[in-house]
Design a protein around this ligand. Structure first.
Ligand code: CO
Length: 141
């Protein structure tokens, strides 16, 4: 079975201090800051650079009791996950499972903007937590 991806939707980088990291990405790397938001359910603040495919997201925990905070404690700042936009998330999950990749989400869940998302354990994707997304998050900027 083969599946088709549309490409890289975003990369997410875990940071300890969002307000310190934003000027580096915006002013020194020159990326357009599209949005800064608090995602209350996930206990993070995010800064999103760019629009459409290939966005860069900085994620910063707002308390100590969440996955991103534990990631920072264990591994320090750095690449947290990548997100691949696929045409058929169910087919992609089935293909990954058939190849023995451990899935964090066996079935897709609702992401921002009504997209379907699912996470693949880093053990199945060469050490990088990978998010699959079907349907682009449509937000007005
Ligand atoms: Co993501």
């Amino acid at each position: 079975m083969t599946v088709k991806a549309k490409g890289l939707d975003h990369v997410a980088i875990a940071v300890k201090d969002l307000d310190k990291a934003i000027p580096i990405y915006r002013d020194a790397l020159g990326l357009e800051l599209a949005e800064v938001e608090v995602v209350a359910e996930q206990h993070v603040r995010t800064a999103i650079f760019g629009h459409g495919m290939g966005r860069v997201e900085l994620i910063c925990p707002t308390d100590n009791d969440n996955g991103v905070a534990r990631f920072l404690e264990k591994r320090g700042e750095g690449l947290h996950h990548i997100c691949i936009e696929v045409e058929d998330i169910h087919a992609a999950l089935a293909a990954l499972k058939a190849r023995g990749a451990p899935l964090i989400d066996e079935t897709p869940k609702m992401g921002a903007g009504g997209a379907q998302i699912a996470f693949i354990h880093p053990k199945g994707t060469a050490g990088v937590l990978t998010e699959l997304r079907q349907g682009t998050a449509k937000k007005e900027h």
